[in-house]
Design a binder for this molecule. Structure first.
Ligand SMILES: [Zn+2]
Length: 129
């Protein structure tokens, strides 16, 4: 076996490193939306028209320190390359000073060779100073 290929990090490790990189490089939320006071994302996962019990959660964003990057992992542990990136939607919301948006985002990952059927339904609420 070629020793070089054995040392290569796995795809999963690379992806995690990439995300960290992105979070470090991302602009700060407080620079992008200087009058933002609080930001809260409430999300629930759906599949085949029904909510997945136990998947609902609320994320309070630390406005002062958070990067302007909103990535939510897929809740299915078998899901590969999945997840939700709602950065565009949230930043649009903050630019227009909206106090609430709702949306849906399909997971683009794969589970056991098939397409991941999970969908994220989210409500984002913001207050401004
Ligand atoms: Zn998924």
């Amino acid at each position: 076996m070629d020793p070089l290929s054995r040392r290569r990090p796995s795809d999963g490790e690379l992806r995690v490193a990439e995300r960290w990189q992105r979070a470090d490089d991302a602009p700060r939320l407080c620079d992008e939306a200087p009058n933002l006071k609080t930001l809260r994302i409430s999300a629930e996962e759906w599949r085949g028209g029904g909510g997945i019990s136990g998947s609902g959660h609320v994320k309070i964003i630390q406005v002062a320190t958070a990067p302007a990057l909103f990535l939510m992992p897929c809740g299915d542990p078998r899901c590969k390359d999945g997840g939700h990136d709602i950065t565009y939607e949230v930043m649009n919301m903050l630019r227009s000073q909206a106090t609430q948006i709702e949306g849906e985002d399909g997971c683009g990952g794969s589970v056991g060779g098939g397409e991941c059927a999970r969908q994220l339904r989210y409500v984002v609420t913001a207050t401004y100073g």
